[in-house]
Design a protein around this ligand. Structure first.
Ligand SMILES: [Zn+2]
Length: 384
């Protein structure tokens, strides 16, 4: 079944650009797309064009006043004071021309992925430009104007009456999505992230379990700074299986931020490509067991756009398609981008061993993470 999976892409998705110096750089989506094409891993008939989301769709999560403010900001018509109240015009989320339209493409791309899976046209779908997870109902936050992750979940609830499991492996806590569904027992959120002690947005503790009827449907596994592959994967794999078995979702949507990589400039974790080859493999198995295979994946964070994001996101697509590239990276791709890249491009799909010095506190970090994992899954044990 060739079109088991679809890849949502068009150059319209690259217009989400705050500035030339902002760390969020959608060139990474193009880099991943081209790497897949150059590697022979993405065929024409697997590519699906996105649409723009409508205002009504965006307002399933965001307040109308906020959407109006984003529109005005993008036309240069919003007063600075008012903009700041909406989280617009900050260092993290600066105003740029046509920001409403650019953000609507991102949301529409993720909704396109959702429709493909929920209408049964394909089992899996990938929306790499999406996966924004920090934006709130009435406020931009953390590079996120419209929270396509939350909108996609609400859309699946309303249009397809689905129980949705959201799984977030970005190094930052998926706060916007968690709060949007905090009191909702039909949406379960699981976020594995670097502890918020020193990292934005500061939330995501094991004690954030949900509220009201949604109590017990929000899971957080905050791992220590310098966490490496084995421990990160242990936390991810165990929590995902246990949470899926507890919640029994109709569909899984994963946020595949890749900013936990050792090379990432914004975070303090120490995972490598090994983690990014395993994360999608396990998600796919879990979707197969509990959801008839239904799995939508998005991108998210990832700020080493040269050495990490293209390989990690390409690999995610390959796993969806039962491919496992290894060894040399496509020569054409390396040739095309070497002179523009900020760092020497890794020549192979795998990271070389020893990209960082051994972490002296490894054992301590591993056992601390294991204790955190036990505590965050405790409510499941108690209820079963
Ligand atoms: Zn992040």
């Amino acid at each position: 079944m060739k079109n088991d999976s679809v890849f949502v892409y068009s150059p319209d998705l690259l217009g989400y650009k705050f500035s030339d110096t902002h760390p969020f750089n959608q060139l990474r989506v193009q880099l991943a797309y081209e790497l897949l094409r150059d590697s022979g891993c993405l065929d024409d008939d697997q590519i699906v064009l996105p649409r723009q989301a409508t205002d009504e769709e965006i307002m399933m999560i965001h307040d109308s006043g906020y959407v109006e403010a984003v529109k005005q900001a993008g036309k240069g018509q919003l007063n600075r004071e008012i903009a700041l109240n909406y989280g617009l015009g900050t260092e993290d989320t600066p105003i740029f021309p046509n920001m409403h339209e650019a953000s609507s493409w991102i949301v529409g791309a993720t909704l396109t992925a959702v429709d493909h899976v929920m209408e049964g046209k394909s089992k899996h779908a990938l929306s790499l430009s999406g996966g924004l997870h920090h934006g709130f109902r009435g406020k931009a936050s953390g590079f996120c104007i419209y929270n396509d992750s939350s909108i996609a979940i609400e859309y699946m609830k309303r249009k397809y009456n689905a129980r949705v499991l959201y799984v977030d492996t970005d190094a930052h806590h998926g706060d916007g999505v968690q709060w949007a569904f905090y009191d909702d027992p039909d949406v379960c959120t699981l976020s594995i992230h670097e502890t918020g002690r020193y990292l934005f947005p500061g939330t995501g503790s094991i004690h954030e379990k949900g509220a009201g009827k949604g109590y017990g449907f929000s899971f957080n596994v905050p791992v220590d700074a310098f966490t490496e592959d084995e421990s990160f994967l242990e936390c991810y794999e165990r929590s995902l299986w246990e949470v899926a078995d507890f919640f029994k979702p109709d569909v899984i949507i994963t946020q595949n931020g890749v900013d936990a990589h050792y090379y990432d400039p914004l975070t303090h974790l120490s995972v490598t490509m090994k983690t990014y080859t395993e994360i999608p493999r396990i998600a796919k198995k879990v979707a197969e067991k509990y959801c008839g295979g239904r799995w939508i994946a998005t991108g998210g964070g990832g700020y080493d756009i040269w050495r990490v994001v293209p390989r990690a996101w390409s690999y995610l697509w390959c796993v969806m398609n039962d491919q496992a590239p290894s060894g040399q990276i496509a020569e054409n791709w390396l040739k095309r981008w070497t002179s523009e890249a900020k760092y020497p491009l890794p020549p192979t799909w795998e990271d070389e061993s020893g990209i960082y010095k051994p972490i002296p506190r490894k054992e301590e970090i591993t056992s601390k993470n294991r204790a955190t994992l036990e505590k965050s899954l405790y409510s499941i044990k108690k209820s079963s």
